[in-house]
Design a protein around this ligand. Structure first.
Ligand code: DOR
Ligand code: ZN
Length: 349
């Protein structure tokens, strides 16, 4: 049987939530990934190193026994974040960046930044100390069409930001467009991007295939086919500034299948296997390891993982749902088959 053994990967963009939902999802990521950058958009948001330390402990307590998974934390930037907090980030050893949500851009982004211009002093401190800014790159101007929010953000917000702060290190999170890929490529080594499985595998037609598919609704939205093709080329092309970030964002079925459903796609159940589909489709499975296990660690200046993980080509049906308290989580690819399966026995050091 065909197998693929690679250095254990990291997930550079993950929503683990809190409370019972955290308990329901943490094990999926811990089985596959050595580390994950855990998003801070809780309610209330994780705005300080002290809050991140407490959240990190709750995550560790929720992990299945015997796992070596290491949560890497990031802070939720607000208009009120003080430059001194960045000093505490640098000193912490466990906070690996600051996440910027433009206010109102997405789930739990109400407390986000109303204007990047308000954060100059914080960004200057981040430049001085080499702290990475993780950006949700979408314009929030209601006059901007939802499908244009990323490209407008690049032009109106990100380009000027990079000019104002020539040493600021930035990850454009979940890049979704050909324009976004081109933008990242045109920058120097200080700008990188994460790519999600849903944006690599699907275009926007999938959200409307045969009816409305709320479980494929996420922000940024799925885009057009030429965008998807550009993302797949960036992911599988071996370029060091593109790396794995699932953006697995669980919401219970009732919150998704609603008159005003939540944005977010749950993909942690197959957080590596879904990418294997993308690389297999491109005939570039040999490049999965660098994308999943090297590029992110290298960008963040962290050591590459020493342990290995094995995928086997053995198609398996993705369950229609996973349990989540008195509700369910509907995973990406529910009811479909994935070609690559995680070999649990070898997923240890
Ligand atoms: O679809 C999304 N869901 N996009 C985000 O940026 C946030 C996430 C969430 O937390 O549910
Ligand atoms: Zn996210």
């Amino acid at each position: 049987m065909q197998t693929l053994t690679i250095t254990r990967p990291d997930d550079w963009h993950l929503h683990l939530r809190d409370g019972p939902l955290l308990g329901a999802v943490a094990g999926f990521s811990a089985r596959r990934f050595a580390r994950a950058l855990v998003m801070p958009n809780l309610r209330p948001p994780v705005t300080t190193v002290a809050l991140a330390a407490a959240y990190r402990q709750r995550i560790l307590a929720a992990l299945p026994p015997g796992t070596n998974f290491r949560p890497l934390m990031t802070l939720y930037l607000t208009d009120a974040t003080a430059p001194a907090e960045i000093d505490r980030v640098r000193a912490s050893g466990f906070v690996h960046g600051v996440k910027c949500y433009p206010a109102g851009a997405t789930t739990h982004a109400e407390a986000g930044v109303t204007s990047l211009a308000h954060c100059r002093a914080v960004f200057e401190r981040m430049e001085e100390l080499g702290v990475v800014l993780q950006l949700h790159g979408e314009a929030t101007d209601p006059a901007v069409d939802p499908y244009d929010r990323e490209s407008v953000f690049l032009e109106r917000e990100l380009e000027p930001l990079l000019q104002r702060h020539p040493r600021l290190r930035v990850v454009l999170e979940h890049v979704t467009t050909r324009a976004g890929v081109g933008f990242v490529r045109a920058q120097g080594d200080r700008v990188a991007a994460t790519l999600t499985p849903q944006h690599l595998l699907l275009n926007r037609a999938a959200m409307f295939a045969g009816g409305l598919r709320p479980h494929l609704y996420c922000l940024p939205l799925l885009k057009r086919e030429p965008d998807r093709v550009a993302l797949a080329e960036a992911a599988t092309g071996g370029e060091p500034r593109f790396f794995l970030g699932t953006d697995s964002a669980p919401h219970a079925r009732r919150a998704k299948e609603s008159a005003c459903g939540c944005a977010g796609v749950f993909s942690a159940h197959a957080g590596l296997e879904l990418y294997a589909e993308v690389f297999a489709q491109a005939g570039r499975l040999g490049r999965l390891e660098a994308f999943a296990s090297f590029h992110g660690a290298d960008f963040y200046g962290l050591p590459r993982n020493q342990t290995r993980i094995t995928l086997v080509r053995d198609p398996w049906p993705v369950p229609a749902s996973y349990p989540c308290g008195d509700d369910e989580l509907v995973p990406l690819g529910a009811g479909e088959r994935l070609a690559w399966r995680l070999l649990e026995a070898e997923a240890t050091p």
